[in-house]
Design a binder for this molecule. Structure first.
Ligand code: ADP
Ligand code: PMV
Length: 949
């Protein structure tokens, strides 16, 4: 086997000539020596070299010299042609590859370049269709620059191979293969390919890229290959600190030609790099063992999660049997598809321990998306043609503790919405060496760690058990028929989860509601410190929040142009979102402008109307702020309002109160129980006072924050009413005033007509407009504010004066309404439509008092209906208003504030079901979506017991 090099290629001197004091282990370099592969096993070969030097150096010295002195005929003259450090490395590589001769060149691509130069123009090279991007690039260059004719085929297909062999016959001079392939991990039958190619074209060289396996796991020269090349940058060196390429050859004539090319082109590996590679080789087998066993765990983990995993170690791998016939292990590279490029990008970007990097074989684990990284040089259409999925993720497993690697991957998968947690008990996590049952001492934990690592099968089953805690998110689109039967929680790519099953798994829904309001006196002025008087109305906003085990947030806002959005949590702009709750979970006093901007930028180009945009913004702002308390929780949230929106009846505040109460519960910052619902004084809302004052304050503070997102500079009155209910006076803490609110009972018996002009307007702009006018003319502003304050004072007195007759009370209130409206008109917030309603309601035969309510500029007018106002007249008025195009609502005021559905009493009711009224149970969320706006109130009442503030 050992045949000394001849003069036709660079001299490769005997190392023994350098030794003076060390017993020679070999008398010939680049040969299988007395320390043969038969004598020692691979791991031993790795750490024993044939090197000997004149001083007995234990480690191969670095001959950092370009030239060697001496007369012609010496063993070395010029490092391009040969260098003792390179000789030592090449000798070692030849032992590991069990070959006649190994060469070390500057990179793996250099190795391929040297090999490709062995063919001539017109020759045919057959290459696989799943090859490294750099290989593809070099082959394309060869093909397009008058070199060989390159044919890419699926090398797993004997038919395709036979077809090219048949067509090209002996013109086939080289076949390039890799097994397993990179990155699809397809397995090729090396022996079968070598045999059929050699039969069809005996001169053809079978070239195997063995980088994925290294000589430790696979030695293709024994399978009929002629040349092996290996990127030494990968497993051979193992630390990503050197670049190198290896060519291993058995046939002597090939040895000569390769040696000639390397010498001629000067591509031999530099001495220092040879030294680094030699050092890396010592740990090759031990690294590979660890990396491969962890890779097996990771592959089983991902496979159990339900991903399409490519790894020859998996029982399901189609090439498994062939692989284990020709290789000693499955290796440490695997790939998997998620079904969605963006999701894959999030997974790759979300890992911390797995480094995002090209290449593989390092002691550190790496993650990449081949299509945008290592294989980006292959054109997209070619990638598609060759079946390389754009969403493919490649994992190159290192030597870290496998549990940390799985922890890191799992977190990223969760954050990307690729998996979500199951809640069924059968999926409990197995006891692991890191669990709390493990003794604390360092010694004990070392023993357990050792046992864990030393038993690959138990480690693998640990990984499988662990994966069973999760379900896969994304893809797996259900059929249209499925869609009717299961409730789509809107997982990004249509993953379906039966809501009843979800409920059975403990994912109960949170249902909340909050009332709208009518401002009787003091709107706008309240922003500037004047007392306002307001009361809740019996039209409410409702919201349902379903906890989701996956890491996604979904918003359904049917009232906002059917706004439907879903985001994997990992895709939200966390980096720039720094707002967080106070340490006790309370709301920060002010909006964090940076966080708000980040969210605005995130939602910026969603192409939706501004009101939908701001509605989503409010939810996301509260949600992300609460998340920054410590934990991110997936949820689907849907809000619907029985209130007219943007009509001045506090739809935004009731909406904000719902967001607050729902998400506070999601994050466990609020939990209410009906055990406190003592007293139940209000017969309409049996659970009244079940939510205590402290909880009401918490909800109100968060609701105010959401109102700020929607309104910019609200006074806080709307959300105070939406949360507290009833009637109240409200003063903003501004201009040195302490601010506060007081309950008022007087409204309870008042009948109001609210007439929606249906003229859209924006509170934010109207409030800002008044502010600007006041700044421009402070004296005018003061006059306005003082006037409105005195109206509020009079109204307060009236509402609390128990001595007043009912008639005087109503008349007094009516005149205050008229006076207040005049001020509002002077503030510039009325509208012709509002004035028309005033005219209609104020003229004969009705003679009623009306004012605008809320921000004005359109929106609603409020008309006081005296107790003795006849039904006929009222009907006539309603008809007239409707015919004019307005939308009148008769309402009572002073109802309950924020309510939470008592989970214990939860039952979904289908109002349309035969014999409805509670008998037919359908998923809560589904019912919530399906009932009409008018049915919402009834649906809510029938659904269960409500707890109120
Ligand atoms: N049911 C709802 N769904 C989504 N967003 C809502 C809902 N109700 C209110 N909003 C938000 O509040 C805004 C209305 O606020 P605003 O103009 O002050 O009117 P209002 O006087 O009714 O509070 C809407 O544009 C939207 O952003
Ligand atoms: C105009 C204002 O006084 C009341 C809110 O009006 P509206 O319900 O958003 O139309 C503003 C505020 O108090 O924040």
């Amino acid at each position: 086997m050992s045949s000394p090099p001849t003069d036709s290629y660079p001299r490769t001197p005997s190392l023994s000539s350098l030794a003076t004091s060390v017993t020679s282990l070999s008398d010939s370099s680049h040969s299988k020596s007395s320390l043969t592969n038969n004598s020692y096993r691979f791991g031993t070969l790795c750490v024993t070299t044939e090197h000997k030097d004149q001083f007995g150096a234990s480690s191969v010295p670095i001959y950092q010299t370009a030239t060697f002195k001496g007369l012609p005929g010496g063993q070395y003259d010029y490092t391009r042609s040969g260098n003792p450090t390179r000789t030592a490395l090449e000798t070692q590589l030849a032992r590991l590859y069990e070959c006649r001769r190994a060469f070390a060149v500057s990179t793996g691509m250099t190795a391929l370049d040297m090999i490709i130069r062995l063919v001539s123009p017109g020759d045919v090279i057959i290459a696989g269709d799943d090859i490294y991007g750099g290989t593809d690039r070099l082959l394309t260059f060869t093909k397009t620059n008058g070199g060989a004719d390159v044919r890419h085929i699926d090398m797993t297909s004997q038919t395709q191979l036979d077809a090219v062999l048949e067509e090209c016959g002996t013109k086939v001079k080289m076949v390039l293969i890799e097994s397993p392939t990179n990155p699809m991990l397809k397995v090729l039958d090396i022996k079968r390919i070598a045999d059929s190619v050699h039969t069809a074209s005996p001169d053809s060289l079978i070239v195997v890229d063995n980088t994925m396996m290294s000589p430790y796991l696979q030695r293709p020269l024994n399978l009929g290959a002629d040349i092996i090349y290996d990127s030494g940058t990968k497993y051979l060196s193992g630390h990503h600190d050197v670049m190198a390429g290896i060519i291993a050859v058995e046939r002597e004539e090939v040895v000569k030609r390769i040696a000639f090319l390397i010498n001629s082109t000067g591509t031999g590996l530099a001495p220092f790099d040879c030294h680094v590679l030699l050092r890396g080789l010592k740990t090759l087998s031990i690294r590979m063992d660890r990396q491969a066993s962890t890779a097996s765990m990771v592959a089983s983990y991902l496979d159990t999660l339900g991903f399409q995993v490519n790894f020859p170690g998996l029982l399901s791998h189609p090439g498994r049997d062939i692989h284990f016939r020709q290789a000693d292990g499955a290796g440490a590279v695997l790939s998997f598809s998620t079904g969605d490029v963006a999701m894959s990008e999030r997974i790759v970007g979300g890992t911390r321990l797995w480094g995002v990097s090209v290449s593989f074989g390092c002691v550190n684990s790496l993650i990449s998306m081949p299509c945008v990284m290592s294989h980006a040089s292959i054109a997209a259409d070619k990638r598609a043609e060759r079946g390389l999925p754009e969403d493919l993720i490649r994992l190159c497993v290192g030597i870290e503790d496998p549990r940390d690697l799985i922890d890191d991957l799992e977190r990223s998968l969760l954050e990307a919405g690729a998996i979500y947690e199951r809640f069924d008990e059968s999926a409990s996590i197995p006891t692991t060496p890191t669990s709390s049952s493990v003794p604390e001492s360092a010694h004990a934990s070392a023993i357990i760690n050792h046992a864990f690592m030393a038993d690959p099968s138990s480690a693998e089953s640990w990984a499988v058990q662990r994966a069973k805690r999760f379900r896969r998110g994304g893809v797996q689109l259900g059929s249209a028929a499925d869609a009717d039967e299961t409730e789509t929680l809107g997982l990004e790519l249509g993953q379906k989860l039966d809501i009843q099953q979800a409920a059975a798994q403990g994912q109960e829904d949170i249902v909340v509601s909050a009332p709208g309001k009518v401002i009787m006196f003091g709107e706008h002025a309240v922003v500037h410190g004047v007392t306002a008087i307001a009361a809740s109305i019996n039209l409410r906003c409702f919201a349902i929040l379903s906890k989701r085990p996956d890491q996604c947030l979904r918003l359904d806002l049917p009232d906002m142009a059917l706004y439907e959005k879903e985001w994997p949590l990992g895709s939200l702009p966390w980096d720039d979102f720094t707002a967080s709750p106070l340490s006790d979970g309370r709301a920060p006093a002010e909006l964090d402008q940076r966080s708000l901007k980040a969210l605005e930028a995130f939602l910026h180009d969603d192409g939706l109307p501004a009101n939908a945009h701001v509605a989503a913004l409010a939810i996301l702002y509260l949600y992300m702020t609460m998340c920054n308390h410590g934990v991110r929780r997936g949820a689907s949230y849907c809000a619907r309002s029985a209130l007219p929106i943007g009509a001045g009846l506090g739809s935004s505040a009731s909406y904000a109160a719902c967001i607050s109460a729902a998400f506070l519960q999601l994050f466990g910052l609020l939990s209410v129980s009906n055990s406190t619902s003592i007293g139940r004084p209000d017969t309409t809302y049996p659970g009244r006072q079940a939510i205590n004052n402290e909880q009401a304050t918490l909800i109100n503070e968060w609701a105010f924050l959401a109102e700020k997102v929607i309104h910019g500079n609200p006074s806080g009155i709307d959300n105070a009413v939406a949360v507290r209910g009833g009637g109240l006076t409200f003063e903003r803490a501004i201009n040195g005033k302490s601010g506060g609110m007081k309950n008022l009972q007087g409204f309870k018996s008042v009948r109001l007509l609210l007439t929606d002009t249906r003229v859209p307007r924006q509170t934010k702009l109207l409030v800002a407009g008044v502010g600007e006018r006041m700044t421009a003319d402070p004296a005018w502003g003061t006059r306005m504010m003082d006037g409105i304050q005195s109206i509020s004072d009079e109204a307060q007195a009236l509402l609390t004066d128990v001595t007043k007759s009912r008639g005087d009370f109503v008349t007094g209130l009516s005149s205050l309404l008229d006076r207040n409206h005049e001020y509002l008109a002077e503030l510039g917030v009325s509208h012709p439509a509002l004035e028309l309603i005033r005219t209609k309601t104020g003229s004969a035969p009705y003679r009623l008092s009306t004012k605008l309510t809320g921000a004005g500029g359109g929106g609603c007018a409020v008309t006081l209906i005296p107790d003795d106002f006849s039904t006929d007249r009222l009907d006539a008025l309603l008809t007239e208003l409707r015919e004019t195009g307005f939308r009148p609502y008769l309402t009572s005021v002073g109802g309950s504030g924020l309510g939470i559905l008592d989970a214990a009493g939860t039952a979904a009711v289908d109002l349309d079901a035969p014999g409805a009224g509670g008998s037919s149970h359908i998923p809560l969320r589904k019912a919530f979506h399906e009932v009409t706006a008018e049915q919402l109130e009834t649906w809510a009442e029938q659904t269960g017991d409500w707890l109120f503030i």
